[in-house]
Design a protein around this ligand. Structure first.
Ligand code: FES
Ligand code: MG
Length: 569
């Protein structure tokens, strides 16, 4: 029997009175004793007027409540923080761990037997899952779903790969003011998350692959009726989990589940951010995502899903082609089908029911992949002793092995001030370097790693250059871009030592990123380096963030939130 309203009761010596009080107050909402005696399913409300990606959350919640009640349990909706990419200053990543803390503590604080967590816009799904893992109640995850596509002059458009591509054309003078305004109204034609294989879509696919959400829930478009039927079913499943007291995230998040997630991350050509978030989720279990191991998986796993930014299609096309179950079917023995899911069924059952859509070309077979290798590669070298990542699926083949002259920007502000200066000394085969843009340095590791092509080169038709930084990049971006250089420059990383004019060698096949400067010269520069460490904020969340943020290879969680740092409660 589930605990319902009795769960987490602090009795202070008189449990009967505590329950009496609890019931007296909740009855103010008009609930009957019959309702209050049932197992309780908490539902997080991550709706916000600032978060258009979560615009369908009220409807999702209604559907979940219906499902919970049809299955004989009691739904209780409670608010948690909502984070939207475009409205989160200084960066949404700065707030991810705050959201995870909020959700975890509210799950712990309030009586519930199971919880449905709703997320979608980039940082929200990882935050909700990190929270759920730490609270470890039976949990169903619901992604809000992708937007439907837009159309412009006969062309299909998607946020935000095409935002960047068309804005770059506007910068280069190929699209005028009136047309870019028209495009602006067509890039995001509905509520829901970016409909390319950006971070939101990536995390929704990984969630499904880890068995934490219902089959197809990653890909059903946000406005579709099917989205709400899936939410209703999620409510039923959560009610069953509340009664059965499981499975819990700790039951499902096995090494096999994390390996499956990494296989899917490579096979979808997923976002580089997905790797940070997966590492953070794993750190809560605890489980270590080994970056060399991830790179090895990438050498065996082909990219099979043909979605922007590395391919041609959008999430709704992926959905109509069979979604994640079909992808896992195509991946064959690369997926461990014994891994269990929220319904208790193994992935084997889900994959066996995958839809076979004749003639679809979005989910390829292994003998006809988009790329023979996975989407992401890990690099190391004297510039990145603890690693860096490149999404080589979305990079220019001719730049995969490239040595060039460094052009260094000391911070995001410095880059913003100088990148379009007509007098900037830069050529197309130079390597653009951005530093002090990591987890602690910026702070919050902004998506500044997609340095724009300097205006004068863009106008000359240059579309891509090697760009390297300790920052992140939007999963929707395209280019030969090395990210997450670890340790970051503000944490004593060698990126702090690079000077304009140095030679930098990128060799993706060899998985190397190196600064071609003598060790003795680097030692001299290190000794002369004035402490580049970011100033410690004087109070509040900023200080907590500064003091406890981990590096990218540890998922950028706060050190005290990882399982190793967790106090038992
Ligand atoms: Fe919310 Fe892209 S801005 S998912
Ligand atoms: Mg994004």
């Amino acid at each position: 029997m589930a605990d319902g309203l009795r769960k987490g009761l602090t009795s202070y010596g008189d449990a009967g009175f505590s329950l009496f009080l609890r019931k007296a107050f909740i009855k103010a909402m008009g609930y009957s004793d019959d309702a209050l005696e049932r197992p309780i399913v908490g539902i997080t409300n991550t709706h916000s007027d600032y978060n258009p990606c979560h615009g369908n959350v009220p409807q999702i919640i209604e559907a979940v409540k219906r499902g919970v009640m049809l299955a004989g349990a009691m739904p209780m909706v409670f608010p948690t923080i909502s984070i939207a990419e475009s409205f989160a200053h200084p960066t949404s990543m700065y707030l991810r761990n705050l959201m995870a803390m909020d959700t975890e503590e509210m799950i712990r604080a309030q009586p519930m037997d199971a919880v449905v967590v709703i997320g979608g816009c980039d940082k929200t799904l990882p935050a909700q899952i990190m929270a759920a893992v730490s609270a470890d109640l039976p949990t169903v995850v619901i992604p809000v779903g992708p937007m439907v596509v837009g159309h412009h002059k006969g062309e299909v458009l998607g946020a935000c790969t095409d935002c960047r591509r068309l804005w770059a054309k506007h910068r280069a003078g190929e699209i005028d003011e009136a047309e870019i305004e028209a495009v602006n109204g067509r890039l995001a034609p509905s509520v829901g998350t970016c409909m390319v294989m950006g971070t939101a879509s990536t995390m929704a696919c990984l969630t499904e692959a880890m068995g934490l959400s219902l089959p197809m829930s990653a890909t059903i478009p946000a406005p579709h009726a099917e989205r709400f039927r899936s939410a209703e079913e999620s409510g039923r499943v959560a009610a069953a989990m509340a009664k059965a007291k499981g499975p819990k995230p700790s039951d499902l998040l096995t090494p096999a589940a994390f390996r499956n997630a990494q296989v899917v991350l490579q096979a979808i050509g997923g976002s580089t951010n997905g790797l940070i978030h997966l590492t953070a989720i794993a750190g809560r279990v605890p489980h270590k995502i080994d970056l060399d191991g991830f790179d090895r998986i990438g050498r065996d796993v082909p990219v099979l899903v043909d979605l922007k930014p590395s391919g041609d299609h959008y999430m709704e096309h992926f959905h109509h082609a069979g979604g994640v179950p079909k992808l896992m079917a195509q991946l064959g023995e690369l997926i461990d089908l014994d891994a269990r899911t929220i319904t208790g069924a193994p992935l084997r059952d889900i994959v066996a029911r995958a839809e076979h859509v004749q003639g679809q070309d979005v989910i390829r077979s292994r003998d006809n992949p988009i790329r023979r290798e996975g989407g992401l590669a890990m690099l190391t070298g004297n510039l990145a002793p603890r690693g860096a990542v490149i999404k080589h699926a979305a990079a220019s083949p001719q730049l995969m092995q490239h040595t060039g002259r460094a052009v260094v920007f000391d911070s995001v502000e410095d880059m913003t001030l100088r990148i379009d200066d007509p007098d900037l000394d830069v050529a197309a085969d130079d390597v653009l370097v951005l530093r002090n843009a990591g987890p602690r340095g910026a702070p919050g590791m902004p998506e500044a790693g997609y340095l724009p092509i300097p205006m004068k080169l863009a106008r000359a038709g240059i579309k891509d250059m090697v760009r390297i930084s300790d920052a992140r990049m939007s999963g929707t971006a395209f280019g030969t871009i090395v990210l997450h250089i670890t340790p970051e420059s503000a944490d004593g990383g060698p990126l702090a030592l690079v000077e304009t004019g140095d030679r930098i060698a990128l060799d993706v096949a060899a998985r190397r990123i190196d600064l071609l400067v003598d060790e003795s010269e680097l030692a001299r520069r290190r000794a002369a380096l004035s402490s580049s460490a970011a100033a410690r904020p004087t109070r509040g969340y900023a200080q907590l963030f500064h003091d406890t943020i981990l590096q990218a290879d540890e998922g950028c969680d706060f050190d005290f939130l990882t399982a190793a740092g967790r106090s038992e409660r």
